[in-house]
Design a protein around this ligand. Structure first.
Ligand code: KIV
Ligand code: ZN
Length: 513
């Protein structure tokens, strides 16, 4: 029997730390359900003590998820650990993940603690956590840049206190595959009780080597858990990409000889859901989940693939969840067919009221767009008016006029709570005019950090436009996403969706702070 490689997904925690990728509780819950369908072993649902919003998200996920272990991050202090335990209470299988920096740089400059103080705090924290749960992971933050002798001392002590997983973060993405693999091997060889814990890798992608480093940590170092995120989401250059690392281990089973429990056919749906939710689009040439990952453009390649697939393909598109765009529903589809499709896509709406709201939206869309694809349905249920989550601002109507040589003009009607507002403005283009009109009424002063438009389904101008708007106000960065066949309408929806998120305030402390 091949060894099992544990896949620990941290999209909802480390991934979410990427500025602008913050998600609401319901968005996180939806992604957690998809991660469960993907059969990840551990879902790091958040950092319960960082904000009330994160606490609620961890709690909701711990209650809903049955087949994956649900984990919360916590700093190595009693208050954080107790908060994590409280959020996870009642979950089917749960873990507390503690972190404390061990590099000389972090201890001295950030924590202002001596190595002895860090050693004591790490031990006490693991002891405290082990009294609350049997599954405790310990991460020496900036572990890869820590003094190996000191690390051995700390890790031996925390394993003796009952830590069940030891994770070695390359927090700043500084590692090189061979060196990182040997670093872990060295720790495992020198620490007498190393075999009492599962060893884990956690790599950031600053030098573009997060996947390679993680695989070296497994192959050379003997780690049996990989921490990763969907689409490699994460701050700066991101984290190790789940889809790449999983498919590498699976495709090169001859080399790794390890089992992964992932249902790979759920990879592309997971990638799409995360991209749609966060507005972090996937580059077309991204391995496994990029739109071109399986597209053969050159004549020689096409000819080869037609004759024998494996001439140029090492994986099959369908094995990772790429299905040819299917027209799944149309104007005449009924409520039951719609509900069944939601179910097939793993979308569970909270109530019949939400199903009805989604069905009404679907009918409106089907009146304007003859072919409805799975991606349209996913985008549709992400509309806040379906889940009624945080919907303070709502677009009621929009009209705009643009003509060559004239300044575009837009009129927008929208609801702010129970008040109906009407606004109009000129702008450089119809989108600019629409957003300016909204802003002229609200005067939020939010700074626009990003505006992007993507076609939800490729290959047709009939596709819905999906717009992402990223706003910053008073230190908070939020994403709003809106979809509509009319991209000006999609833009106004995205803008209001971002304003809705700014409207619901939750304080958050930095995980690495
Ligand atoms: O990168 C890092 O060091 C982390 C820890 C909190 C595990 O994300
Ligand atoms: Zn990290």
């Amino acid at each position: 029997m091949a060894d099992k490689l544990i896949i620990f997904d941290t999209t909802l925690r480390d991934g979410e730390q990427s500025p602008g990728a913050s998600m609401t509780r319901d968005e996180k819950l939806r992604i957690a359900r998809q991660l469960e369908r993907l059969k990840v072993d551990v879902i790091e649902a958040g950092f319960a003590a960082s904000s009330n919003g994160d606490f609620e998200a961890v709690k909701a996920i711990a209650q809903a998820i049955k087949d994956s272990t649900v984990c919360s991050l916590a700093r190595a202090n009693d208050k954080d650990i107790a908060r994590a335990a409280e959020a996870l209470k009642g979950g089917a299988s749960t873990r507390i993940h503690l972190f404390l920096a061990t590099s000389a740089l972090h201890m001295e400059k950030k924590l202002r603690m001596t190595p002895d103080q860090v050693f004591e705090q790490a031990k006490l924290a693991v002891r405290f956590a082990r009294n609350l749960t049997g599954d405790v992971e310990f991460s020496p933050e900036d572990g890869y840049r820590s003094d190996p002798d000191f690390l051995c001392r700390v890790l031996e002590a925390v394993i003796a206190e009952g830590a069940t997983t030891i994770n070695i973060p390359d927090t700043v993405g500084y590692a090189i595959p061979e060196l990182y693999g040997n670093f872990i091997l060295d720790l495992r060889t020198r620490i007498p009780n190393a075999d009492k814990a599962i060893w884990s890798v956690h790599c950031h992608n600053d030098l573009g080597m997060a996947v390679a480093n993680s695989l070296a940590g497994v192959k050379i170092g003997g780690a049996r858990q990989i921490e990763c995120t969907i689409n490699g989401l994460g701050e700066r250059a991101g984290n190790c990409a789940l889809e790449e690392v999983v498919m590498a281990v699976r495709t090169r089973r001859d080399h790794f000889g390890l089992e992964v429990g992932i249902d790979a056919t759920q990879i592309v749906p997971a990638s799409r859901l995360v991209a749609q939710t966060t507005g972090f689009v996937v580059q077309p040439n991204k391995a496994v989940v990029g739109a071109n990952a399986f597209a053969h453009a050159s004549g020689i390649h096409q000819d080869g693939v037609l004759k024998a697939r494996d001439t140029y393909e090492i994986m099959r598109a369908e094995d990772v969840g790429w299905a040819a765009n299917k027209i799944v529903l149309g104007k005449l589809s009924g409520r039951n067919a719609f509900k069944q499709r939601l179910h097939d896509l793993g979308i569970e709406l909270a109530s019949e009221t939400e199903v009805n709201a989604a069905f009404t939206k679907f009918k409106e869309l089907a009146d304007r767009k003859s072919e409805i694809f799975d991606e349209d349905i996913t985008a549709l249920v992400m509309d806040e008016s379906v889940t009624t989550e945080q919907e303070h601002y709502r677009l009621l109507s929009l009209s705009q006029h643009s003509e060559t040589g004239e300044l575009p003009h837009a009129r927008v009607a929208f609801a702010a709570g129970t008040t109906e507002l009407h606004a109009e403005s000129d702008g450089n283009g119809p989108v600019d005019a629409s957003l300016k009109a909204i802003e002229s009424k609200l005067g939020t002063g939010a700074e626009l950090l990003l505006y992007s438009v993507n076609a939800i389904t490729s290959g047709s101008t009939e596709s819905q436009g999906e717009v992402t708007v990223r706003l910053q106000l008073a230190g908070r960065v939020v994403n709003g996403v809106g979809a509509d066949p009319d991209i000006v309408v999609a833009s106004a929806k995205a803008y209001l969706s971002a304003l809705n998120k700014l409207h619901s305030t939750t304080e958050r402390v930095a995980a690495q702070g």
